[in-house]
Write a protein that binds this ligand. Structure first.
Ligand code: ATP
Ligand code: MG
Length: 312
């Protein structure tokens, strides 16, 4: 992994004054660039802040637990970059004391990319033809991971989330939004370093569980979590997710052509003759389910905060 210098003193001050529910009201105010179930992606509004983003993961109970995650994150990013050949934005991790005594908060610090260059923003400026080319480029990058998994089956496999918001289009110029002949993509989303060694998942499912609202946790079974993770080891499901997310981006008119492009990729380019083609209705069903579960998650989290108080 390319090394990135972390200003630990800054990070300590940032965390000491953070308001996790309203990061813009923190002592060092920060803009929220992304909010997932596991992490919050923040850009501090300081004139001299380094050109990096801070991905905040508050779910660890002990420094040792966070350290295990850091080691796994390092291995994951290294495998992606050095063994598989996916370009990953340089990143590093650091722990800082949380606001609750004895509590540790982990940050993934990552070189910042131009917001307009992130896939889900870039597509607003691209023509439908270019969006299909972009989808193909994303599938070709993602295929590197699944080819590696196939070659190392039973030994080492990586889970991967190829959705469009996880990629930055390097060199993208919003003033001249066309795709170059050779599309260069960099991968951003390393906060869920899913990795199976000898078929054993290395990422503690507990971490996923803790990212869920507390009122909900007793209802979640281990098998549900395993299924949630298995989704990222299955190329077809990852491709379906990638296509279905275009509903979320408000581009339903593109779904059919994107599904066609993906099907062409699997059936013709990869010659996977047993591939079951993606359909528009399947993508719609996936999107509806994801929307439903995200809304339910947000509603439960709100309830959770009322019942148990704010989370760190
Ligand atoms: N290095 C970066 N530079 C600029 N923006 C970024 C960077 N990394 C992430 N972002 C923004 O934050 C969004 C979410 O980031 P990322 O995909 O890493 O986390 P996530 O999907 O929220 O993770 P999770 O769901 O695992 O919690 C991205 O879609 C992008 O808009
Ligand atoms: Mg993401």
């Amino acid at each position: 992994m390319a090394d990135l210098h972390i200003d630990r003193e800054f990070l300590r001050r940032f965390e000491a004054g953070i308001d996790p529910r309203h990061p813009e009201r923190s002592k060092i105010p920060a803009r929220v660039l992304g909010e997932g179930r596991v992490c919050l992606v923040l850009a501090p509004k300081e004139p001299h802040a380094a050109p990096v983003v801070y991905k905040r993961l508050p779910s660890f109970r002990t420094p040792a637990e966070a350290e295990r995650y850091e080691a796994l994150h390092r291995r994951y990013v290294r495998a992606l970059g050095e063994r598989i050949g996916v370009r990953v934005m340089p990143s590093a991790t650091a722990q800082v004391p949380g606001q609750t005594p004895g509590h540790t908060v982990l940050y993934i610090v990552q070189e910042r990319v131009l917001e307009d260059s992130v896939g889900h923003n870039a597509i607003y400026r691209l023509s439908p033809t270019d969006i299909n080319r972009l989808l193909l480029a994303v599938l070709q990058e993602t295929a590197k991971v699944f080819d590696f998994n196939r070659a190392h089956q039973g030994d080492l496999e990586l889970g991967f989330d190829g959705q469009i918001s996880n990629w930055s289009l390097l060199g993208f110029d919003p003033a001249n939004p066309t795709l170059p002949e050779r599309i260069r993509l960099a991968y951003l989303d390393t906060s869920t370093p899913l990795m199976r060694r000898h078929r054993q998942e290395q990422l503690d499912a507990e971490l996923f569980l803790r990212s869920l609202p507390r009122v909900f946790r007793p209802l979640v079974q281990r098998s549900t979590l395993n299924d949630l993770m298995a989704r990222y080891y299955d190329f077809r499901r990852v491709a379906l997710d990638l296509v279905a997310k275009f509903y979320k981006e408000g581009r339903p008119e593109l779904i059919q052509s994107l599904a066609d492009t993906a099907n062409w990729f699997f059936l013709a380019e990869r010659q996977e003759t047993h591939f079951r083609p993606l359909t528009e209705s399947e993508a719609r069903a996936r999107y509806r389910w994801d929307e439903f579960s995200w809304r339910a998650y947000l509603a439960l989290r709100k309830l959770d905060r009322k019942v148990f108080g704010p989370r760190t």
